[in-house]
Design a protein. Structure first.
Length: 66
């Protein structure tokens, strides 16, 4: 069974403000579900968002100096 978290809980987990969480939702950077008037986010969605946000591109490494 999935656990659904409120934007305030997600903000605390991610170390950002609640407004930032809502902004990320509206920019499609964080998926969420709407239950009536309540917006909820799963831990899996938080993990996916953080992985996309902090994923370092493979080509970003410096070339080796010989």
């Amino acid at each position: 069974m999935k656990t659904y978290l409120s934007p305030a809980q997600v903000a605390q987990i991610m170390g950002v403000s609640r407004d930032t969480v809502y902004s990320m939702i509206h920019r499609n950077q964080l998926d969420s579900y709407l239950f009536g008037r309540s917006r909820r986010i799963t831990q899996e969605q938080i993990d996916d968002c953080l992985n996309r946000r902090y994923k370092r591109p493979i080509d970003a490494t410096k070339p080796m100096r010989l």
